[in-house]
Design a protein around this ligand. Structure first.
Ligand code: GLY
Length: 593
């Protein structure tokens, strides 16, 4: 039950008497939607939503209280949102080693306060030079079980350190050593393990026990830790100290040598050359208009931005808020739009440096209108009836004009960072490079390891996302920054593999269409459809019986699931108040200046 689930996290700031229309008189939304605030959200559900933190000055939100503290300390010390983002991300590497860190990669969007410009940085993992298209297939062409998920062969060349250093090099105000310092302290002095941490270690117990370095850090001679135990990570503290003195050491110095050597000894592909050649890439964000907001997100090699905008375009002018909260027509339209978008994802999305990705066509209003006409409001189309856009249509549209974590930071000046980064599965490949304390990713599984073979998240892919040396695996990470009339309006993101796009979509709709505050927007129950498998997930306890019945009658194949995602968001209201909220499904926090 979502209610029980949310209650479990009641240590987060829960509003016991929330009445969103009165608690958030100034929402991020314009006049158009104000009359529709939260119409029909059951009061018992509303009462479980987190209350946003509020500040006029600045805000840090992340998936772990200690990482949020690290970020807000930078803001207090005169740093900007970029300094705070680096400190938060490095702290996450220490306190959430199962979700993201310096052994992985990610994407960030930032807004420059001075110019209002929004930029996107790709520091995603890349395939090693020795990677090949069929590297996870046996001699008979069958997929080798778990080869892209567990062990050294699953690891892509990590980009987090290069990405964070690039962010800091361009924008940082505080010294690099100052932004690395909180993470060093957390690794050196240790921190208390939460229930959530223990759940993740239990889930990956077998693979952690197989790797000597991982076993030495994340177990006590093979015995699993318990909630409340203190975890000290000496090797990681030393690695962070080295990075603090010389960030290049990760790619060409001491740390790089240790990673390359570990790879060589255990059949991994990453060489010193792979690390030396790693570079983060500044990309143009992908932006589109929805209502009176301009929403920007990550372009390929993430599929997030393309499909977020595609779904919003297909929803188009349909006034969801007017239909009412969780109206079955509104939900059906959202789900059918998701189905179309994920079909296109499987066929067309990949690394734009290797394949042509039809971004403009997929995000065009004309294409969305065409796909909208296919949707029948009284019945689902089975996913085998829904195909990706065909070549002829792509040609026609050609000339048209033109286990993961998220953190969101806003500073006094309204610099904004919205960053999603990951090591992919829980504890990545389950590999720690000996002597470094770095948990290495299993991002290679985000490639289509064979056409039609589902990845960790059940996503299928095709040629566009086939493995090639130095290619970037396709992602679903969807950090967003939205503005209205050039002013910052909201930033958000979430982990959750294939569900990231639809989670961020619903947070954006909750804010922009349903006029919720940041706390309600990240708390509200979610649904998800990803074309294949042809199943509609509804969050347990989050949808009324009549709504579920109406969706069933249209033919939706419903599966009720415990909550997913671990989002966070920052909204700014019309009077300039910053609202920050972390998902009650996780243990994150928002702290205002
Ligand atoms: N590893 C999950 C994603 O990038 O979408």
């Amino acid at each position: 039950m979502i209610l029980q689930h949310l209650r479990r996290f009641s240590f987060t700031v829960v509003c016991l008497c929330i009445c969103l229309s009165s608690c958030s008189p100034v929402s991020p939304i314009g006049e158009r939607q104000r009359r529709k605030v939260n119409a029909g959200i059951p009061p018992d559900l509303q009462s479980q939503f987190v209350q946003p933190q509020r500040s006029k000055l600045g805000m840090a939100v992340s998936a772990h209280p200690l990482a949020t503290e690290a970020g807000v300390a930078m803001l207090e010390d005169g740093g900007n949102a970029m300094d705070a983002a680096v400190a938060t991300a490095l702290a996450i590497s220490v306190v959430e080693p199962f979700s993201a860190g310096i052994g992985g990669g990610g994407f960030l969007l930032l807004r420059e306060a001075e110019t209002g410009k929004i930029r996107a940085l790709d520091f995603r993992e890349r395939a090693p030079m020795a990677a090949s298209r069929d590297m996870y297939l046996d001699d008979e062409g069958k997929v080798k079980s778990r080869a892209s998920l567990d062990g050294h062969l699953a690891v892509g060349v990590p980009g987090t350190v290069a990405g964070l250093y690039e962010l800091h090099r361009e924008y940082g105000k505080l010294p690099w050593s100052a932004v690395v310092k909180p993470a060093i302290r957390l690794a050196q002095e240790g921190f208390e393990l939460s229930d959530r941490f223990i759940r993740f270690t239990q889930r990956r117990r077998d693979v952690l026990l197989q790797n000597t370095a991982a076993k030495a850090i994340f177990t006590r001679q093979g015995q699993m830790y318990e909630p409340g135990d203190i975890l000290v990570q000496k090797d990681l503290a030393n690695t962070l100290k080295t990075i603090s003195q010389d960030p290049e050491s990760f790619y060409s110095g001491k740390v790089a040598w240790a990673i390359a050597q570990d790879m060589q000894q255990h059949g991994g592909l990453i060489t010193l050359n792979d690390l030396i050649n790693y570079e983060p890439i500044w990309r143009d964000p992908i932006c589109g208009n929805f209502r009176d907001a301009r929403i920007c997100s990550m372009p390929p090699p993430s599929s997030g931005g393309v499909h977020l905008l595609q779904i919003l375009n297909i929803i188009g002018e349909t006034d969801l808020a007017d239909l009412g909260w969780q109206n079955p027509d509104a939900l059906h339209l959202m789900v059918e739009s998701m189905r179309i978008a994920y079909a296109d994802r499987a066929a067309h999305l990949g690394d734009p440096d290797f394949v042509e990705v039809p971004v403009r066509q997929l995000t065009s209003k004309e294409y969305a209108k065409q796909r909208r006409e296919e949707i029948q409001m009284d019945r689902v189309r089975r996913s085998d009836e829904v195909t990706a856009v065909d070549e002829a249509t792509l040609q026609r549209l050609q000339g048209e004009s033109t286990n993961t974590t998220h953190l969101t930071i806003v500073d006094r000046d309204r610099n904004v960072v919205s960053m999603t980064f990951t090591i992919n599965g829980g504890f990545g490949a389950g590999v720690v490079a000996a002597g470094t304390g770095i948990v290495l990713n299993n991002e290679m599984d985000d490639f289509a390891i064979a056409p039609g073979v589902p990845n960790l998240y059940g996503l299928v892919g095709d040629e566009a996302n086939a493995i090639a040396p130095r290619k970037t695996p396709l992602s679903s990470m969807t950090p967003i920054i939205a503005t209205r009339n050039g002013r910052f309006l909201m930033a958000a993101g979430s982990p959750g593999g294939s569900t990231i796009i639809t989670t961020v979509l619903q947070i954006a709709l909750n804010g922009i269409e349903y006029n919720m505050n940041a706390g309600a927007a990240v708390s509200a129950p979610r649904l998800h459809h990803q074309w294949l498998p042809d199943v509609l997930w509804l969050e347990r306890g989050g949808f009324g019986a009549d709504t579920v019945q109406s969706l069933k009658e249209r033919g939706h194949n419903i599966e009720v699931r415990d909550g997913w995602g671990n989002a966070n968001a920052i909204f700014v209201t019309e009077d300039g108040t910053i609202q920050g909220a972390a998902d009650p499904r996780g243990e994150g926090t928002a702290i205002g200046l």
